[in-house]
Every structure is written in C-alpha cells, then in structure tokens.
Design a protein around this ligand. Structure first.
Ligand code: SAH
Length: 246
C-alpha cells in the first residue's frame, strides 16, 4: 500500500495540526495513508531560552532564524526518515506545481522546513534538497506553503480521495489544462440553467462537452498554459464546436 510520510519543522506546530486533522487529510491519517509528524524547531535549540532567531548581519529590521536549530531539526528528521526529500519553504524557491506534488507523492517521504520572521540564515540551504515557493507573494511564515505541499501530494496517494477518478480529471492532471465547470442540483438557480448536455445522460457527449469547456477555459484564462498544450485534430474541432456539433 502506497503512503505518504511527512515531517513538518515549524516554530508553530499548532498552526499545522488543525488543518491536518480535519476532513480528507484527517481521514487519510486515521487510515495510515498519510503519516504526519509536526516537530517544534525549538526542541532543537540549545540554552536555557532555546533561542531560534537573531538580528541580521548588515543591519535592517526583523529577525533571522538562526542556522543551528533548524539544521539540527533537519538532520534529526533525515535520520528518522532515511531517503526523504527535504524542502525549505521560501518565496525564492521553485513554484509549487501539480508536477512537483506528484513527484513528492511518488517519492513518499518528505520533510518540510518552515521559515518565519525575515527568513532563514542562508547557510541552512546546504542542509536541504530544494526550496519551494507557494507563489509570487510573501507570507508571514512557511506553514501555509508546507500545508499546500502536503495537501496537494497527499490527495494523489491512491485511496486518499474517496473517488479514484477525481484526481485524474482535474485541472493540471494529467496535462496542464484547467478543469471543466461542475454543476449539481437544482437544475435552475436564479434563472441560470444547467447545460442541457449534462442532463442528457449521453456520456460521450458529456465527455466532449467537458473537453471543450476545459480547452476554452484554458485558452481564455491561462493563455500561458494553452500555448504549451499539444492539441490533436479533435481538440481543434471541439474548441470551436457548438453544442449541436458535440
Ligand atoms: N524576507 C523574505 C520573506 C520572509 S517571509 C523575502 O522578502 O523574501 C518568512 C518566511 O515565510 C520565509 O522564510 C518562508 O519560509 C515563508 N514564506 C513566505 N512567503 C512564502 C512563499 N511564497 N512560499 C513559501 N514560503 C514562504
């Protein structure tokens, strides 16, 4: 049975525990498909006050996370989980993507170190395998980015999502295309009707409608992704097709 093992290194363990204890991820932990340890970096800080941050060399505001406690926490995590991929959260990192989430799920063992304050002493980088960014914005800490990594990877582990097909048809998987729109009951809401094809019971037409909507959404909203798609003749026909041509 495939499973995902994760250790999150943070100064604020409770921030992570709430999110990871609920809903799909909470159930995945109960069933053993997802194993998460959340470690307080402070446990690896020395001295009476277990200090984890200090003023930056060169001056300027804010505090910088000292290299020793975080490096010690990373080394302890590596010893506990041999072969783990070790990530450091950073706005300077590789942007998190569906592809990276898939690679981490496949690898199965991940350690994620969360920065705080002004950031982390540069020398900690030598202890990690890669830096990962949640996107081009600045957070107050790495915990949300770490949770994004865990969430996106865990739901790719077989059995974590109730319905095995749901991860396969979504935005970005298996090709970088946006998902088609979803509808549920009622059939009319505030004058807006569910597209008639979805009510038709004709599964092949539904598939073609969904493919067309995926292609159109990607062309309109993410021209950058659309430019990289490898469309076949049927795709080129579908994207221009009216409902009665589906
Ligand atoms: N001074 C830094 C920002 C520090 S924010 C800069 O300008 O680049 C403090 C910590 O939050 C970082 O060390 C990092 O661990 C985390 N963080 C902030 N934004 C992030 C992002 N977009 N992705 C991943 N981690 C982020």
């Amino acid at each position: 049975m495939k499973r995902l093992e994760v250790e999150i290194l943070t100064l604020f363990p409770r921030m992570c525990e709430g999110y990871l204890g609920e809903s799909i991820l909470g159930k995945a932990r109960e069933s053993g498909l997802l194993v998460v340890r959340v470690t307080d970096i402070r446990e690896h800080a020395s001295g009476k006050h277990r200090v984890t941050d200090d003023a930056p060399y060169g001056g300027g505001g804010g505090m910088v996370m000292k290299p020793e406690p975080l490096t010690a926490a990373i080394e302890a995590a590596r010893a506990q989980m041999p072969g783990a991929r070790v990530l450091l959260t950073s706005p300077r990192g590789v942007p998190l993507s569906q592809r990276l989430a898939g690679e981490l799920a496949e690898h199965g063992r991940v350690v994620i170190a969360c920065g705080r304050y002004e950031g982390v002493d540069e020398r900690v980088r030598t202890a990690v395998d890669m830096e990962v960014s949640a996107g081009d914005f600045v957070l107050t800490g790495g915990e949300l980015a770490a949770l994004c990594v865990v969430d996106a990877a865990a739901r790719l582990i077989p059995g974590v999502l109730g319905n095995e097909s749901s991860a396969a048809s979504e935005s970005f998987a298996p090709e970088p295309i946006l998902e088609y729109p979803h509808y549920t009951r009622p059939p009319a809401f505030r004058g807006m009707e569910v597209p008639e094809i979805l009510l038709s019971g004709d599964h092949r037409r539904v598939e073609r409608w969904r493919r067309r909507e995926s292609l159109r959404a990607t062309r309109e909203r993410r021209p950058d992704l659309f430019a990289g798609l490898d469309l076949n003749d049927e795709d080129r026909r579908l994207i221009e097709a009216d409902d009665d041509e589906l």
